[in-house]
Ligand binder design. Sequence first.
Ligand SMILES: Cc1cc2nc3c(=O)[nH]c(=O)nc-3n(C[C@H](O)[C@H](O)[C@H](O)COP(=O)(O)OP(=O)(O)OC[C@H]3O[C@@H](n4cnc5c(N)ncnc54)[C@H](O)[C@@H]3O)c2cc1C
Length: 390
Amino acid sequence: MDFTLTEEQRLLVETIREFVRRELKPLEEGVETSGYLADEVASEIQEKSRGLGLYAINIPREFGGGGLSVLEWMMAEEQFGRTSDILIRRAFGNVYEILLEASEKQKQTYLLPAVRGERTFSIAFTEPEAGSDAAAIKTKAERSGKGWILNGAKHFISDGLFSDFFVVTAVTDPATGARGISTFIVEKGMTGFTVGRDQPMMGLRGTSHVEMQFKDVVLSNDHLLGHEGQGLKLALATLGRVRLAQVVARSIGKATLVMDQCLDYARERRQFGAPIGDFQMVQQMLADSAMEINATRLALWHTASRLDAGEEVRGSISMMKVQAAEMMGRVVDRAVQIFGGAGYCRDLPIERYYRDARIYRIYDGTSEIHRAVLAKQMMRGDSSVYDIYG
Ligand SMILES: Cc1cc2nc3c(=O)[nH]c(=O)nc-3n(C[C@H](O)[C@H](O)[C@H](O)COP(=O)(O)OP(=O)(O)OC[C@H]3O[C@@H](n4cnc5c(N)ncnc54)[C@H](O)[C@@H]3O)c2cc1C
């Protein structure tokens, strides 16, 4: 077992860290204040990221991506995690692996332009009546001639204002429950497809989260992604790694950044004639955060290595999702405490980190749902999630 980074891996980490520090961090405050990232700035970020070979770095080389292993992808995402959600989206591309399941024709129309940064897309599964219970969706696609007619509504869809197309779940066979759900690609501008209100959120300023309606949207078979009735299976098979990357690795990156700032503050801020870092109760908070960050990263690397080895790690992904989201919550909460009033005041970014971190326990499956998945996996006899010799 060797955790030494190769020269290439070290270079990858340093390149992204420096790119984030130099190009993205200076934009954060402006986005936070205005709640908006101008399209021309977004394009500049995409261009610079592409120039460094960082855009769509998770996608295999044969489709124009960076071709990273899962472990390297996690290292890259950790570094992107050091900035705001919207800036990561523009720099990294968020090209979800679900499009790798597309047909050859669909790959030409959707995947390749997405990898080149010419088109952006979002995942649209959640509905007002169906969040955790993804199989309870009401959006339906009915056969019509050689195609489909789509009707329904989604909400909370990230980046919906910016995205050009959406991967949407819809019921195609109401009689068969979860096995009657299919996935479609729906393009902005299609007749009957409306991108609605940008729903205001606690944090993640600059990223839109939209409602959308489908009213008699005409789709052809070329819009069906994967096989009919395989929608949830497809999502399950392809979104696990995304969870690991976008929640787990990014949490670790954010927590590491916050930790650096806590240490600087604990050295500089003086009370009772001494740096606050000299007080044991502050030291305990620093030590607890460091221990949790380190443990989460090592567990992520282990899960990523297992994925690279082709192992089935569904339970471990759920475990990592909860562990990282909750670690992040505790680290930012301690950060507010260490910074005292300055941590609560909007003059510093600490309160923003605190608000932004809260979503991690909710999206991509809540902590409760992932705990349930993990427990079920263990109850079925899989002890590998806690006993690596098992
Ligand atoms: C900022 C943001 C961005 C998002 N982006 C996207 C996106 O891009 N695409 C997309 O499709 N969705 C997106 N979502 C939706 C997100 O994935 C859902 O909010 C999430 O899955 C939870 O669903 P829900 O909000 O309907 O909560 P609910 O499912 O109603 O859950 C409410 C509470 O009940 C608990 N609960 C529910 N069922 C159980 C159970 N069986 N056992 C124990 N507890 C349970 C939950 O854990 C939670 O605490 C986003 C949401 C937000 C807030």
